[in-house]
Design a protein around this ligand. Structure first.
Ligand SMILES: [Zn+2]
Length: 193
């Protein structure tokens, strides 16, 4: 009788531990997936701005497309702050031209409100959101570190503002921007989901 009780308790304990371990391994990938999910870092108010000029605004239903850029920047000082400084001081713009900058480490910096008509693509600014990949992709390979946040961010914007067209700077202007990235496959991955 005592032996039987011990066996039953052992079996019950074993089952509890086994089911617990099984649930842990089933659920764990979802936990880690959530923790590595991208986030948008709002740096709008911390970036250099022109002392007197401001960009015009638009309503959200005027947003029709995303224009992808690269910053054509090489070296260590390639980030949103550096681009904002250049756009304000050297170009004389109201602020940074891009709405989002995806930094080399994959950080997504939001640099302008989506409703700001900033300067990133001549003739297309009034209805587009400009996303720039930090780097020069005529010289270097685009890696998943930046490619995946670009896809994720574009999907978020499409979910928010309707099925925005996915375009690249060179579709509209004689420029190499955004370099030699595989744009068709990126576009496919954004619009398939
Ligand atoms: Zn560009």
């Amino acid at each position: 009788m005592r032996t039987q009780t011990i066996i039953i308790i052992s079996v019950v304990v074993f089952i509890i531990v086994a089911v617990g371990a099984l649930l842990y391994f089933i659920l764990r990938p979802n936990f880690s997936k959530n923790s590595t999910k991208y986030e948008i870092k709002n740096v709008i108010d911390s970036l250099p701005k022109h002392s007197s000029k401001t960009y015009r605004k638009r309503s959200v239903d005027e947003i029709r497309k995303i224009v992808v850029h690269h910053s054509a920047c090489r070296g260590n000082n390639c980030n949103a702050t550096a681009y904002a400084t250049y756009h304000v001081n050297s170009r004389g713009w109201a602020g940074i031209g891009y709405h989002y900058v995806i930094e080399k480490d994959g950080t997504i910096n939001q640099c302008n409100h989506d409703t700001t008509i900033s300067a990133h693509c001549a003739g297309q600014n009034s209805d587009s959101i400009g996303i720039s990949l930090s780097g020069d992709f005529t010289q270097e390979e685009l890696t998943d570190k930046q490619r995946l946040p670009l896809i994720w961010l574009s999907q978020q914007l499409r979910a928010k503002y309707g099925n925005l067209a996915i375009t690249q700077h060179k579709d509209f202007s004689p420029t190499a921007c955004p370099g030699d990235i595989d744009f068709e496959s990126i576009k496919k991955q954004i619009t398939v989901a």
